[in-house]
Design a protein around this ligand. Structure first.
Ligand SMILES: C[S@@+](CC[C@H](N)C(=O)[O-])C[C@H]1O[C@@H](n2cnc3c(N)ncnc32)[C@H](O)[C@@H]1O
Length: 480
């Protein structure tokens, strides 16, 4: 399951982003973890299932049905399910997307709105409907959670647990973005149309809808960038499924039908009574998982930090540097996601060297080098240049590390204690970020130690001209 919204980057000039499976116990239901029979379905879920059964979307023979699981609600196999077997098929009529909104009573006032905003308004409108004002969508809305453990729902006190992290600045940027969008839509759509929106709509309602979309909408589907698929969106995530493909798709409803259906398959064999699970997104960092869904994984490589590098506007060579950067697929402000235990992104060192280029190395910025300069930047340019990039990165890492309230050792001690899920997520996130910062610092510490061993541009040039021997000795010619 992937999300649809703009990505948010952190504001620090040299900033970085951070990710274990921590099971989520949804506040809606109580889960007892023992071999007892599964807990009965809450009335809202039973009504939802009956609605879908009456509409022939599901039947008593469906391979899976809703169940109460550790993650809240989930899809539980009613019989053994094979790998790639279809678990559910949901016809288009039951999807909620911008087209659903356009065709609804609020459609005429939602035209032209961003897709997510029109769907958010639709969800809120349906949620706030009076009981006597029946709408079938109510069956779905009633099973949606009031919140998740996404950081957008955290209290100030909970957020203080991620002080100093990139996740905190991203969360605050997201909330600010949602607030601004809310204020705008409130003024332009909600308040001028009180007949359509008779109940007051608050920022909290809007944040709820945003959280629902962010955690449940399917994207990257044929022709559908933002769509809620009731019942299919009960599928939970498993970190042990490492194949993302083929879990879901949109296809034709049949040879003689123009309708479309959303089809969900199980990526692995599932025994009766077990939960059907998928991989939401292999590429999301723990910070992204925490923001979008309110859980994280213990997988090491979900820990990332985003380093933001920039060619300064006041750099005397700004235009030349920007031209070189853009010709080589980078920008004036460039983000590099650094993952724990992995090498640096390939373009990071050349970009850093470009940003730091100056003094006697600046001849490389001349136009005659334009086609070859990036190749030169792939390797150390000069001792000065290489030393500067090591110092800049190491200083930034140390400064970022000093903004966390706890050390890795203190975080380690807190783990396993009597802490709630959100604090558990907070500890893992801040520990993960610090580990990545330590990893980056370590890489540049090594480089700093090796400054005297690198071959720099001038030596490479002399060697290419045959003026340096294999051992680095300069070859002299006696004048004839
Ligand atoms: C698409 S919904 C899945 C249905 C959801 N469990 C429910 O009760 O409605 C995604 C949400 O399920 C929960 N979830 C899914 N997979 C999880 C996991 N592996 N660990 C913890 N929570 C998970 C999170 O709250 C997430 O935001």
């Amino acid at each position: 399951m992937a999300t649809f919204l703009p990505t948010f980057s952190t504001p620090n000039p040299l900033s970085f982003r951070s990710k274990s499976l921590l099971l989520h116990y949804n506040k809606r239901f109580t889960v007892k973890c023992n071999a007892a029979p599964p807990p009965p379905l809450p009335p809202a879920v039973q009504t939802f299932w009956k609605w879908l059964s009456d509409e022939k979307v599901v039947s008593s023979n469906s391979p899976a049905k809703p169940g109460i699981v550790a993650e809240g609600l989930g899809l539980v196999a009613q019989r053994d399910i094979g790998r790639n077997e279809v678990v559910l098929e949901v016809p288009k009529k039951f999807w909620i997307n911008p087209d659903t909104v356009s065709a609804s009573e609020i459609g005429r006032v939602c035209d032209g709105l961003k897709p997510w905003i029109s769907v958010a308004l639709f969800l809120i409108k349906e949620k706030l409907r009076e009981d006597d004002d029946y709408s079938p969508w109510r069956n779905y809305i009633n099973i949606l959670p009031e919140s998740t453990d996404s950081t957008i729902f955290w209290s100030e006190e909970e957020l203080s647990e991620i002080e100093g992290t990139q996740l905190l600045s991203t969360t605050l940027s997201v909330k600010e973005y949602v607030k601004n969008e809310f204020l705008q839509v409130q003024e332009q759509v909600i308040l001028p149309n009180t007949k359509l929106f008779p109940s007051p709509i608050t920022l909290d309602d809007f944040i709820w809808a945003f959280g629902i979309l962010r955690s449940r909408a399917f994207s990257r589907l044929r022709g559908q960038n933002l769509v809620l698929i009731p019942i299919a969106d009960l599928i939970n995530h498993s970190p042990s499924i490492t194949k993302e493909d083929y879990a879901y798709e949109i296809k034709g409803a049949g040879l003689f039908s123009r309708d479309q259906i959303f089809s969900l398959r199980s990526p692995i064999p599932v025994k009766a009574g077990q939960q059907v699970l998928i991989q939401y997104d292999l590429n999301k960092s723990n910070a992204e998982l925490a923001l979008d869904y309110g859980f994280i994984e213990s997988t090491v490589d979900r820990n990332t930090y985003t380093l933001t590098l920039q060619i300064s506007d006041s750099d005397p060579y700004f235009d030349d540097k920007l031209d070189i950067a853009e010709t080589n697929g980078t920008k004036a402000v460039q983000y590099f996601d650094i993952t724990l235990g992995r090498p640096l992104p390939p373009k990071m060192l050349p970009y850093l060297r470009l940003v730091a280029l100056g003094g006697t190395d600046s001849f490389l910025l001349e136009s005659i080098f334009r086609n070859s300069v990036w190749d030169h930047l792939e390797l150390p340019v000069s001792r000065d240049n290489e030393e500067v990039i090591c110092q800049v990165v190491r200083t930034a890492c140390r400064s970022a590390l000093s903004s966390y309230r706890t050390t890795i050792e203190e975080d380690e001690k807190l783990k396993g204690g009597d802490i709630n899920r959100r604090v558990e997520i907070a500890i893992a996130i801040r520990e993960g970020e610090k580990k990545v910062l330590g990893h980056i610092d370590g890489i540049f510490e090594e480089r700093e130690k090796e400054l005297d061993e690198y071959e720099y541009y001038q030596e490479r040039r002399l060697r290419d001209l045959g003026l340096v021997g294999e051992q680095g000795d300069i070859i002299f010619w006696e004048p004839k």
